[in-house]
Ligand binder design. Sequence first.
Ligand SMILES: [Zn+2]
Length: 266
Amino acid sequence: MACGTHPKLPLSECRKPEKPTPIKGDPLNSILKDLCTTDSQARRRRLASHLAIAFPDRLRIEERTWDAGADSSETVNHLVTFGREGGHLVIGAHYDAVPESPGANDNGAAVIQLLTAAKLLQERVATGEPEPNVTFCFWDHEELFGSPCMGSKVFLENHRHTLPKKAVVFDVSGRGDFFVSGGDPAGLAPGLPSRPTPPSDNLILLRHGIPSTLVCALPAGEWSSQSPATWQTLHTKQDTPDRIETGTLERGAQLILDMVGRFRVA
Ligand SMILES: [Zn+2]
């Protein structure tokens, strides 16, 4: 049986989005606008500064420089860690964008979702909740897919002795009522509609044997479309912050916290 409001959705998959936890601190959209620059160095610098302000005791920045002839001169990953590493959960998103694109849905929105979830988690831990074993990874150079410079590849090499047990990757997740996945190997996103999704860092983790789920978002009318209109602006100058929906950012952050909770009790 189909849903009346969203005819393309089976009734079993059609739920009203959960009420998001109110977001405290910096308004999400102003940070998003700040990050959505076509200057890749500024993008990296500004992310580092927002993370350093929010997580002075948790942030680590891992850098690798490359010889001339590589796809990039450097790879810089930003990591925000709760608890211990090794057998932990990774929540990841790439922060780079293709040249000339402001990279709002790909992938500034996911960066905001991770940043927001990590802030909320930090607040909960500060009020006495047990600290889960979770690292939030802001990876460089996903847009150099396949290159050794990819941030997720460098991350796995740096952490080969403390690999995560599971991972969830957020990409193109800033617009629409529905979070979707291309399958849920990590087992932390039950009930998300499944559909083909763009390649992302989850594939790198899967190749290393780490069960990894990719989460994207789409408007209800597009979630089963072969080429969703929302994804037509990716890698273009039109991927701008005004197309991002604040409610989707808030629900994405809540979804991350739900997954962290599921991982903790699993
Ligand atoms: Zn992307």
